[in-house]
Design a protein around this ligand. Structure first.
Ligand SMILES: Nc1ncnc2c1ncn2[C@@H]1O[C@H](COP(=O)(O)OP(=O)(O)OP(=O)(O)O)[C@@H](O)[C@H]1O
Ligand SMILES: [Mg+2]
Length: 293
């Protein structure tokens, strides 16, 4: 089966009882990631850009959250805050109840892969595991190369791999750290359409085998609906959270074509309507004020 759904502790949950049938109070699990009234700006004092404003977001353990929104709405900034690479100006970010520290809980996967061209596939992974003894890092690299189907290419250099293979290598490198949180910033944006679809299936398969909390950024509505347990829609200037949408499709999803389902088309339309309105009413957007059906 697919990923376990996070326990929400909500109203519809079965309530356990003791042997005499008395109800035992259910304590909701604390969120894995909690953003509480988070704001963050950039730039010089006089004219700073308010990249994020008043963001409240709880992410459950092993939940797959997709951040969707127009360019400049603060998606990358949100990932960097969760990774602990930057701190908020206002509010708080907590991961497992603590302030995040870079490299402790989360691993990042970027659109540009960020592989070291002078190292082989196996060395690229082992190099990213400095805390492990060398032999263990090599063994870990072999395990994860195998998991993403690149075992035969362990001794190849990035330049000798296709775009899709490089992306799989970058994913293997992030997974090899066995992070509790996987932060993915438009990881498939530079792939061709076929590789992208294959990688989406691959990511669903891998996160079913090695569950993690995932925060995934994309501009693609279809990709968001295919991958997410929940979609978080952000609006730009300042970056605000405008809607969260629970994606109702059961898992596993990679064996069926969800796009053929009427509900998929309905949700897709809804998200597109919201995104289009944001872009057409944003004076700083290239599409501001245009008539787009
Ligand atoms: N290091 C920085 N210095 C100055 N401004 C920044 C910095 N990082 C982000 N910003 C600004 O903050 C806003 C949000 O940027 P961010 O990169 O988070 O958006 P995004 O949603 O990831 O955009 P895109 O979809 O284009 O990647 C933008 O206006 C951007 O110019
Ligand atoms: Mg970005």
């Amino acid at each position: 089966m697919g990923r376990p759904r996070p326990a929400a502790g909500g109203a519809g949950q079965d309530r356990p009882g003791d042997r005499d049938g008395h109800a035992i109070p259910v304590t909701p699990l604390p969120p894995h990631v909690r953003l509480d009234r988070v704001s963050r700006s950039f730039g010089p004092g006089a004219g700073p850009v308010l990249a994020l404003d008043g963001i409240n977001l709880d992410i459950a353990r092993q939940e797959f959250v997709v951040l969707l929104g127009p360019s400049g709405c603060g998606k990358t900034t949100l990932l960097r805050l969760i990774a602990g690479l930057i701190a908020p100006d206002g509010g708080s970010v907590q991961v497992g109840g603590q302030s995040p520290r870079p490299g402790r809980d989360a691993a990042m996967v970027f659109q540009s892969f960020r592989l070291l061209p002078w190292k082989t596939a196996a060395e690229n992974i082992a190099f990213a595991l400095p805390a492990l003894p060398a032999a263990e890092a090599r063994a870990r690299a072999a395990t994860y190369l195998d998991l993403v189907g690149l075992a035969r290419f362990a001794q190849r250099y990035p330049a000798e791999l296709s775009g899709g293979m490089r992306q799989r290598l970058a994913l293997a490198r992030a997974l090899a750290a066995e992070p509790q949180i996987l932060l993915m910033d438009e990881p498939f944006a530079s792939l061709d359409a076929q590789s992208r679809e294959l990688m989406q299936g691959e990511l669903m398969r891998l996160t079913a085998v090695r569950p993690a909390t995932v925060v995934f950024v994309t501009h693609s509505v279809d990709e968001a609906l295919l991958l997410a347990d929940r979609i978080v829609l952000l609006s730009p200037r300042p970056g605000r959270l405008v809607e969260t949408l629970d994606v109702p499709f059961p898992r596993p999803r990679w064996q069926t074509d969800l796009r053929a389902e009427p509900l998929f088309a309905e949700l897709r339309r809804h998200l597109w309507d919201r995104l289009r309105d944001m872009v057409l009413t944003d004076p700083q957007s290239d599409f501001y004020g245009r008539q787009i059906p």
